[in-house]
Design a binder for this molecule. Structure first.
Ligand SMILES: *Cc1c(COP(=O)(O)O)cnc(C)c1O
Length: 493
């Protein structure tokens, strides 16, 4: 298929997949979509017979078809060749009656690695056909920053600068970032909270004078956030590959439908499941699991999206989100490509913090999507019960999905896959507390207590942080960030 991309808010201007990967966001503020989605079905027998890397190549080639076969092959090899600690890359493990799809065996022990190991590869090939050098800027409250650093480290033509709020991350998250290797990476701590840091990064993006000076040096600023189609496409792969694993394990026959239950924040992960469905994967239900920030549960129940509500800080921080950006793509597809409608709804959201989907659209969405939420206490109970009953340790994000999955009715003979987005060792203090283990020492004490209780070793990359050398100890005020970025751009080769 010819995958031309255009904005969710206007179908007039089209661009190639490579351009969409370089831009991230469409110029009118919409998200890039392709009308070719679903015009070509993936051959399931072929998926079942192939490795993860082969499946990745097939899916990426279908969605991003202006990349040459050799380019895709090189991207896949660099992203998944030897970076994941599991031979299956993303193993599907039987836990109780269901399956847990472990997406956390990458370098930073969270599922964002699957996309952020690939995005830099796609970007650097897209940039090669221009003469641009690219500096990625990111503000992070912990997880995304490290996954982006690990993905972009030592990628030719690209650099990355990550800012985090000083004292605003967990000790493990901070150590993960400040020990990052690579000649093209930089990490700075900023006085203030996450919002201050993020606002300062946004100001840098809109600083025309700075961008002009950088442009003269041949450097453009870009971001790596989850609305980039180059992050979404790699996530479609593991839905197909999980299905293949279930067939090979004898749990289902090729052609049977399955359910997926997905812990959600920005709606990126579960949207990838919808892409897979449109590309021919037999899916019965996609279950959207939220924590106490349950704006999506309400939307999928009533059709009203309303971000005017209290913000809850939870033990599943990567799901503490009130604006689920990727939902905009679902609105586009569920309205049969009514870009005018999407533009109107997004205007409502920007002006009032609220919008309401037409009844027919809601009905269509609900045919495929189920939903539910679990608060911190329910997530803790899920971690404890699951461990006591099966011996399997869930991280707090996965525990939310596990709990929601238990509440959504199953259909006879339909297998269910719960997506696991982080290693329990990444959030081991909260996991230890939930399992009744000591949780008042250092993060590393918690790690050891959990190892002893579960009999499962912590990922080496996390355990070794205790003695790793710190490379970055810059602490600055928000007003000093532009000069810091400009300095780092000057070092970019
Ligand atoms: C980012 C993240 C999520 C949420 O994923 P979305 O694509 O934003 O829905 C869930 N769990 C963990 C551990 C994450 O890092």
């Amino acid at each position: 298929m010819a995958s031309m991309y255009h904005s969710t808010r206007s179908t007039v201007k089209e661009c190639s997949a490579k351009r969409a990967v370089l831009d991230g966001l469409a110029p009118d503020g919409g998200l890039y979509v392709t009308d070719a989605l679903g015009t070509e079905s993936i051959d399931l027998d072929q998926i079942v017979a192939q490795t993860y890397s082969e499946n990745a190549a097939l899916i990426l080639k279908t969605l991003l078809d202006d990349y040459a076969d050799e380019e895709i092959a090189a991207c896949v090899e660099a992203a998944y060749g030897d970076t994941f600690a599991a031979p299956e890359t993303t193993p599907a493990v039987k836990v109780g009656d269901d399956f847990v799809l472990e997406l956390f065996h990458g370098p930073t022990s969270a599922f964002k690695d699957v996309a952020l190991q690939m995005l830099p590869q796609l970007m650097s090939r897209a940039a090669a056909s221009t003469s641009e050098r690219i500096m990625i800027l990111a503000a992070t409250s912990g997880d995304t920053g490290k996954a982006a650093l690990a993905g972009f480290a030592d990628t030719p033509g690209l650099g990355i600068t990550v800012f985090y709020p000083h004292g605003g991350t967990s000790e493990i998250q901070r150590l993960q970032m400040v020990t990052q290797h690579g000649d093209n990476v930089a990490v700075g701590a900023v006085h203030g909270n996450f919002d201050d840091t993020q606002s300062a990064v946004k100001r840098i993006f809109s600083d025309e004078a700075l961008r002009e000076r950088l442009h003269e040096q041949g450097v453009v600023l870009s971001s790596a956030n989850s609305i980039n189609i180059g992050r979404l496409a790699p996530q479609v792969v593991y839905y197909f590959d999980a299905y293949a694993q279930l067939v090979r394990q004898g749990a289902i026959e090729c052609g049977d439908k399955v359910d997926f239950c997905v812990p959600t924040g920005n709606f990126g992960d579960v949207l990838a499941g919808y892409f897979a469905l449109r590309m021919g994967l037999p899916v019965r239900k996609l279950i959207v699991a939220s924590n106490a920030n349950n704006v999506l549960t309400d939307f999928l129940t009533t059709g009203v999206y309303d971000r005017n509500r209290p913000f809850h800080k939870t033990i599943s921080p990567s799901m503490d989100i009130l604006i689920s950006s990727n939902l905009e793509r679902l609105l586009y597809y569920m309205s049969d490509g009514d870009a005018e409608l999407v533009a109107r709804l997004m205007d409502d959201l920007a002006n009032t913090g609220r919008y309401e989907a037409p009844a027919v659209m809601l009905e269509r969405i609900r045919e495929t999507f189920a939903c539910g939420f679990a608060d911190d206490d329910e997530a803790r109970t899920a971690m404890k019960e699951c461990f006591d009953e099966t011996g399997y340790v869930l991280d707090p994000h996965t525990a939310v999905a596990w709990r929601v999955s238990q509440r959504v009715p199953k259909a006879e003979g339909i297998a269910r896959v719960v997506l696991s987005t982080a290693s329990p060792y990444k959030f081991c203090r909260d996991v230890c507390a939930a399992l009744g283990l000591p949780s008042d020492g250092t993060d590393f004490d918690c790690m050891r207590a959990l190892e002893e209780k579960s009999g499962m070793k912590a990922p080496e990359a996390l355990a070794s942080l205790e003695n790793a050398a710190v490379r970055f100890d810059d602490v600055m005020d928000a007003c000093d960030m532009p000069a810091y970025v400009e300095g780092k751009c000057g070092e970019l080769l």
